[in-house]
Ligand binder design. Structure first.
Ligand SMILES: [Zn+2]
Length: 160
């Protein structure tokens, strides 16, 4: 998925779930984190293949992000302090953004789940295809409906 779609889809999901602008902003930053830590692909041929081999392994390994979320939550328990609490919450949402990134990569390619080097995925669409944009719009529509929609109105409209 393109970075812009990672950010839009992740942003809408977190905004709908939390209704919090700062948490949403944090998640949008985190939404490109797993790709950012890999750096850009090197131009040099042999360096490129080395980079390619590691691509989407450790950087896209969900357990690392889950462990960091756990650590942030644990730190909150041990050092109850409002400013730290707030900062750790922002970090947690950035990490949740990263987890959503990995899930989003998992539906247009392959990502590790149990071990860093064995990857799984369902290829719903190709990166940059119109289906990807359709998927992004669909998620936006679902989030908007979850946020503002009225199920009874929809039911009466569809005669259900
Ligand atoms: Zn990625």
């Amino acid at each position: 998925m393109k970075w812009i779609n990672h950010q839009i889809v992740t942003g809408f999901i977190v905004c709908t779930a939390t209704n919090d602008a700062l948490f949403t902003a944090s998640a949008i930053v985190g939404a490109v984190l797993p790709d950012r830590v890999e750096g850009s692909p090197p131009k040099d041929n042999s360096a490129y293949w080395k980079w390619r081999k590691k691509h989407r392994t450790w950087s896209h390994y969900p357990l690392i992000y889950l462990a960091l979320i756990g650590a942030a939550q644990l730190a909150k328990e041990y050092y109850p302090e409002p400013t730290l609490d707030f900062a750790l919450n922002l970090i947690t949402y950035a990490l949740i953004g990263a987890l959503l990134h990995i899930a989003e990569d998992g539906i247009c390619g392959k990502v590790p789940i149990f071990t860093p080097h064995k990857k799984y995925g369902i290829k719903l669409f190709k990166v940059g295809s119109w289906q990807e944009y359709f998927f992004a719009v669909l998620i936006i529509a679902i989030c908007l409906f979850a946020g503002f929609g009225d199920i009874n109105l929809l039911r009466s409209y569809l005669n259900l």
